[in-house]
Design a protein around this ligand. Structure first.
Ligand code: ZN
Length: 460
C-alpha cells in the first residue's frame, strides 16, 4: 500500500523493531501514522509519505509503545514510606491500608496524572490501573483517574477493583475500606456502562478486578466472573504472589491458588492476573492451556522478596506474559523500561543466561501486554492497522558507546534510559525526553501537598 500523506512520520531509525507477527526488524526504517493508526511501515528505500509532524529517529531504536499491565497509581502518594521498608506483602499492606483510606477524587486524579506521566517518560503508551479502594463518600474515583489519562493523552485501562472481605471476616483489609458484594457489582456494571469503549483504537477500557483472593469473598470472585462474561469485559486480580498468598489459599479455601481460580470461573482467556510467582509446573501448564494473561512485576517481587516468577515457562506454556510496574509503594520506581530490564535479568537468573533476552523482554512489554488486555494485533506492535503508539529510544552517549552490533540488546543491556519520544494515537506525549503537557509543575506541587497530608507530614 502506498501512502502519500500522513499525520505523523517517524523516520531514519537505526532500527524499527516492529514486534509484528513476523517480528520484522527494519534497519533505517520508518513508520507513518494517519488518523491515529499506523498507515505504513517501510524500509530506507521505500518511498516515504510527507507528514505534518516528522520525528527524526537517527541513532534511535523505534519500538511499539510499551504496555503496563499492572499498577496502583494512587500508591505513588506513599512512595518509599519508611515503616514498610522491611515488610513482606501482608505486613506491608496492613501498614499502608489506613493511609490509603484517605484518598479522594483529587488525590486519585493527581496521583494518576503524575503516575501516567512518569510511565510515558519510560516509553509507556498504554497503562492499566488496579484501583480497589473506594472509601465511603470519596466520589467517582474511576472517573477522576480517567480524566487524568485523557488530559495527558495516554491510552488507559482502569479496572474497577474491589475489596469485600475485611479483618472481621478473616480477610486482610480493615473494615472501613471494604464494600458489600452487591454494591461492588452494581457500581462495576455502572462503570463499564459509563466508561468502557468497545471501538477499535479505544483510549479507555474498563475491566473488573476484585483485589485478591485474600480480600474478597469467594462469592464475589464467582459473580465478578459472571458479570465480566455478561458485559464482555476483562477480569483482573492479584494471584499467587508469594508464599503467604499460597498458605492463605490452602488454609482458607483448602486448595492452591490455581485450583481456586478454576473453581471460581476465572481460569479463562478473559483473565489476566498480577504476579503469578508461585505456580508449580502442573499449574503453569493449566494456566497456559486456559490462555490466561500474567502481569509480571519483577521490581515489586524483588522489593517485597516475593520470589521470581517462572516467566520463561509461562510463555512456553502459552500464557500471555506482560509487564507491570506495580504500585509505586512496593516498586517505588515506575519505569517500564526498567521493568523490561529486570524481567530480562531475572529470566536469566531463573532459567539460564540464554533464556532471558532483550527481545523476550521487549515482547513481554508489547505484544505480551496486548495479550493480557485482549488487544492483540491492535496495540503493542507496529503494523498497518495497529494503533499509532510508538516509543523512540536514543542509543547515544557514554552509556551506549560500543553497543554497535545489536540495537535491541543494546537498548536493554545498556542505559538506564527513558524514551526520547513517546507517541500515543499519533500524537507526541513526550518530546526530546520531556512531557509535552504544560501542567507538570502544577501537578507535582499538588501531588506533594496530598502526599504530605496522607502521610501526615508537616509542610502541606
Ligand atoms: Zn498489585
Amino acid at each position: 500500500m502506498t501512502v502519500s500523506r500522513a499525520d505523523l512520520l517517524v523516520r531514519n531509525a537505526r532500527l524499527v523493531a516492529t514486534v509484528d507477527p513476523q517480528r520484522r526488524e527494519i534497519p533505517g526504517g520508518w513508520v507513518a501514522v494517519t488518523n491515529g493508526f499506523v498507515s505504513a511501515v517501510g524500509t530506507s528505500t521505500d518511498p516515504q509519505p510527507t507528514a505534518d509532524v516528522v520525528v527524526d529517529a537517527t541513532d534511535c531504536l523505534v519500538t511499539p509503545g510499551l504496555i503496563n499491565t499492572h499498577h496502583h497509581l494512587y500508591q505513588n502518594l506513599t512512595r518509599a514510606y519508611p515503616p514498610m521498608t522491611n515488610a513482606a506483602l501482608f505486613g506491608w499492606l496492613k501498614t499502608l491500608y489506613p493511609l490509603w483510606a484517605a484518598i479522594d477524587e483529587e488525590a486519585v486524579h493527581v496521583s494518576a496524572w503524575v503516575g501516567l506521566a512518569e510511565l510515558a517518560l519510560s516509553g509507556c503508551t498504554t497503562s492499566t490501573d488496579h484501583l480497589y479502594l473506594y472509601p465511603r463518600g470519596a466520589g467517582d474515583l474511576l472517573g477522576a483517574e480517567i480524566s487524568a489519562a485523557r488530559d495527558l493523552g495516554v491510552r488507559f485501562h482502569p479496572t474497577r477493583g474491589s475489596m469485600s472481605l475485611s479483618e472481621k471476616d478473616g480477610g486482610l483489609p480493615p473494615d472501613h475500606v471494604v464494600q458489600d458484594d452487591d454494591t461492588i457489582l452494581a457500581q462495576s456494571a455502572e462503570a463499564v456502562e459509563r466508561y468502557h469503549d468497545r471501538s477499535r483504537g479505544a483510549m479507555v477500557r474498563v475491566a473488573l478486578a476484585p483485589c485478591s483472593p485474600f480480600s474478597v469473598t469467594e462469592d464475589l470472585m464467582r459473580r465478578s466472573a459472571e458479570l465480566a462474561e455478561a458485559l464482555d469485559v476483562r477480569l483482573h486480580t492479584h494471584f499467587a504472589e508469594n508464599s503467604e498468598d499460597d498458605d492463605f489459599s490452602v488454609a482458607t479455601f483448602g486448595c492452591r491458588p490455581t485450583d481456586y481460580l478454576e473453581r471460581t470461573g476465572w481460569c479463562t482467556n478473559r483473565t489476566w492476573v498480577a504476579h503469578c510467582v508461585m505456580p508449580n509446573h502442573d499449574e503453569v501448564q493449566r494456566l497456559g492451556h486456559a490462555g490466561i494473561g500474567a502481569a509480571h512485576c519483577p521490581s515489586s517481587n524483588l522489593i517485597l522478596a516475593s520470589g521470581i516468577a517462572p516467566v520463561v515457562d509461562l510463555r512456553a506454556a502459552g500464557v500471555h506474559v506482560g509487564l507491570g510496574v506495580d504500585g509505586s509503594a512496593s516498586a517505588d520506581s515506575a519505569s517500564l523500561w526498567l521493568e523490561a530490564r529486570q524481567a530480562m535479568l531475572l529470566a536469566k537468573l531463573r532459567s539460564g543466561a540464554g533464556a532471558g533476552t532483550a527481545r523476550m523482554a521487549l515482547e513481554c512489554a508489547t505484544v505480551g501486554g496486548a495479550g493480557c488486555l485482549g488487544r492483540l494485533g491492535e496495540i503493542g506492535e507496529l503494523s498497518v492497522g495497529a494503533v499509532g503508539d510508538i516509543a523512540v529510544w536514543s542509543l547515544t552517549g557514554p552509556a551506549f558507546a560500543g553497543a554497535v552490533a545489536d540495537p535491541v540488546e543494546g537498548w536493554l543491556r545498556c542505559g538506564p534510559i527513558g524514551a526520547r519520544d513517546t507517541i500515543v494515537q499519533g500524537v507526541p506525549v513526550v518530546r526530546n525526553g520531556a512531557l509535552v503537557s504544560g501542567r507538570v509543575d502544577e501537578m507535582l506541587a499538588a501531588h506533594g501537598k496530598i502526599s504530605r497530608r496522607i502521610q501526615k507530614i508537616a509542610g502541606a
